[in-house]
Design a binder for this molecule. Structure first.
Ligand code: FEO
Length: 169
């Protein structure tokens, strides 16, 4: 059984992951509007991954006989200045998510909830990957600068990202 504090914090994370999904989808819509189809595809797949993260928390709360309570999802930003602007936002966003995950681990330790602490380790590892991927793309876009051909090539590369299977598949 989850403690009331742990349950509330996990429910908050369901909301945070759904917001992440919504934010990435909004970025995808922005890239569609600027004809960056590959980047649109990359962030759209990321939006699906975030939905998968939300569902992992959702399933875990239920598995522990907790009660999922869905709340309103904040509106995401809709406009960016450039691909670099988007990926800088992604990097900053993922750093915030990492801090949220670490806060949950701290709470699980304080509550002596070993099962939740173990469950959260997957997310700790995932955040290392997500921050690293975002930081790499920020670096690459900084190198590219205003070079349109290089943007076009990077767009093609990002469009090759394969969709990840949905959670539970
Ligand atoms: Fe659910 Fe991008 O972390």
């Amino acid at each position: 059984m989850l403690s009331p504090r742990m349950q509330a914090a996990l429910n908050k994370q369901v909301n945070a992951e759904l917001f992440s999904s919504y934010l990435y989808l909004s970025m995808s819509a922005y890239f569609e509007s600027t004809s960056m189809a590959g980047m649109a595809q990359w962030v759209r797949i990321q939006a699906q991954e975030e939905l998968g993260h939300a569902m992992k928390f959702y399933d875990y709360i239920n598995e522990r006989n907790g009660r999922v309570a869905l709340a309103q999802i904040e509106s995401p930003k809709t406009e960016w200045k450039s691909p670099l602007d988007v990926f800088e936002d992604i990097y900053a966003h993922e750093q915030k998510v990492t801090a949220l995950i670490h806060g949950l681990v701290d709470l699980a330790i304080a509550e002596k909830d070993h099962a939740t602490e173990t469950f959260l380790q997957w997310f700790v590892t995932e955040q290392v990957e997500e921050e690293s991927a975002a930081a790499t793309l920020v670096d690459r876009l900084k190198l590219v600068g205003d070079n349109g051909v290089a943007h076009f090539m990077l767009d093609g590369q990002l469009g090759q990202r394969a969709p990840t299977p949905a959670a539970g598949e």
